[in-house]
Design a binder for this molecule. Structure first.
Ligand code: SF4
Ligand code: SF4
Length: 364
C-alpha cells in the first residue's frame, strides 16, 4: 500500500467509525503491544470521543503476581542457583524487593533472550541449578515446552523452569463475568491467535454476546479492527472476526499447541489484579516434574502480599486509566516502578507515562 492509499484507508475507517457509533462505547485492547501501538500512532486522538479504548491484561509481565516474584527472589538468594530471565522481569516488584535488588546483593541473575540460552547455561554450568523464569502467554510457552523436551532428550539434570505461563482467553472470560467491567468489544491479540487460532475466544460472542476482532500491530490494522467492531455494533452483531488473516489462521499453529499440551497441564493460576483464575495457567505435567523448579528446588520464600496502594488490578481490568492511580508519576515511574504495569514497555502505565502525558484528554 502506498502512503496515499494508507491515508485514504485510515480516513475511510475513521469516517465509518463515526457514522456507525451513535453512543459511547468502550473497546479493550487485550494485548500490551496494541496499547503501545495505539499510543505511538496517535489513534486515541484520531478516534471520535464516543469511542474509548482501554488497556487490558495482555502484558505477561504486568499480570505476574508478587507471589511468583517472591519465589524467584528466594531462589536467587541461594548460591547454587542461577536465575535465567528475560530482562523485563528484573524490575518487577515482589512483596519487599525485586530481582534487580537481589542482583545488587550478589545473586547470580542472567538475562537471556530464549529459554534455549538457559539450556546452554545448564550445559556450561553442570554443578549449578539453572532456573528459567517461564513467563508469557501462548506466544512463548511453546518454546519453553520445546526446551524442556530438549533437556529431557539430552538428559540434562540441572535445568528447571519456574513457570508462570498463562492462557489469554481466561482473563477475558473473567472480565466478562465481572459486573464492574464495562466493555463493548475486544481487540484480540494477533500474536497469541497465531498460536491458538480464533477458537478459544469464541465464547466472547457465543456466551457473552460481545464483539471481538483479531488484529495485527500496524496502526492501520488497529483502525481496521476498531472499524470492524463499530460495524458489528451498528449491525447489532456479536462475532469473532479476523482482521489479521495474512498471519492468523482459524485453527492457529497446531504444532505449537501440541508442544504446549505435551508439557503443560491447564491449572488455576494467580493473575496480578485478578486473583486466582481457573484454567488460566500452565503448570508442568507430572511426567516432566524433574524440570519443575517448584517441585525440585527448595526456596525460602517470604509471605507474599500485594501493595494495597497500587491500582494495577483496576488498570488491568480497564476500570481506571493509569493517571487515575494516586501513585502514577509521583511515586511510580519506569525508573522506580511501584507496580508491574509501569515496568514492562507493554504495560499500560508505562505507555501512558511515556506517550500519554499532556497529549490526551484526561480520562480518554
Ligand atoms: S506476548 Fe505478544 S500477544 Fe502477548 S502482550 Fe506481548 S506482544 Fe502482545
Ligand atoms: S501507576 Fe504504578 S502503582 Fe499505579 S497502577 Fe500503574 S503500575 Fe500500579
Amino acid at each position: 500500500m502506498t502512503p496515499e492509499e494508507s491515508r485514504k484507508a485510515a480516513e475511510f475507517f475513521l469516517r465509518k467509525i463515526d457514522e456507525y457509533i451513535d453512543h459511547p462505547v468502550r473497546f479493550m485492547e487485550v494485548c500490551g503491544t496494541h496499547t503501545v501501538a495505539i499510543f505511538r500512532s496517535g489513534i486515541r486522538q484520531l478516534l471520535p470521543e464516543k469511542v474509548e479504548l482501554v488497556s487490558g491484561p495482555g502484558c505477561p509481565v504486568c499480570v505476574t503476581p508478587n507471589d511468583y516474584m517472591d519465589m524467584a527472589i528466594a531462589y536467587a538468594k541461594e548460591e547454587n542457583n542461577i536465575i535465567a530471565t528475560f530482562g523485563d522481569m528484573l524490575k518487577v516488584p515482589g512483596t519487599t524487593s525485586s530481582l534487580i535488588e537481589a542482583n545488587t546483593r550478589g545473586a547470580d541473575i542472567r538475562i537471556i533472550y530464549s529459554p534455549l540460552d538457559a539450556l546452554q547455561m545448564a550445559r556450561d554450568n553442570p554443578s549449578r541449578n539453572i532456573i528459567f523464569l517461564g513467563v508469557g502467554f501462548e506466544t512463548t510457552a511453546p518454546l519453553t515446552a520445546a526446551t524442556i523436551q530438549a533437556a529431557r532428550q539430552e538428559n540434562i539434570k540441572n535445568f528447571f523452569v519456574l513457570t508462570s505461563h498463562k492462557w489469554t482467553d481466561a482473563p477475558v472470560k473473567a472480565l466478562l463475568s465481572d459486573d464492574k467491567v464495562n466493555v463493548d468489544g475486544f481487540l484480540l491479540p494477533g500474536h497469541v491467535c497465531v498460536i491458538t487460532g480464533e477458537g478459544p475466544f469464541s465464547f466472547v460472542a457465543e456466551k457473552y454476546k460481545k464483539s471481538a476482532v483479531v488484529t495485527g500491530f500496524e496502526a492501520l490494522d488497529i483502525l481496521q479492527a476498531v472499524y470492524m467492531l463499530a460495524k458489528q455494533i451498528h449491525e447489532k452483531r456479536a462475532e469473532i472476526e479476523n482482521a489479521y488473516k495474512r498471519v492468523v489462521k482459524y485453527n492457529g499453529n497446531i504444532i505449537a499447541q501440541k508442544a504446549i499440551m505435551e508439557v503443560f497441564d491447564k491449572t488455576a493460576a494467580t493473575w496480578r489484579g485478578f486473583g486466582l483464575i481457573e484454567q488460566s495457567g500452565m503448570s508442568i505435567k507430572d511426567e516432566y516434574s524433574e524440570y519443575d523448579a517448584l517441585k525440585c528446588i527448595k526456596g525460602d520464600k517470604e509471605i507474599s502480599k500485594e501493595n494495597p496502594a497500587c491500582c494495577c488490578g483496576d488498570v488491568l481490568r480497564g476500570i481506571i486509566k493509569p493517571p487515575q492511580c494516586p501513585l502514577f508519576k509521583k511515586i511510580c515511574t519506569p525508573d522506580k516502578p511501584a507496580g508491574a504495569c509501569m515496568v514492562s514497555v507493554e504495560g499500560a502505565c508505562h505507555a501512558w507515562y511515556k506517550y500519554g502525558q499532556g497529549r490526551y484528554h484526561y480520562g480518554r
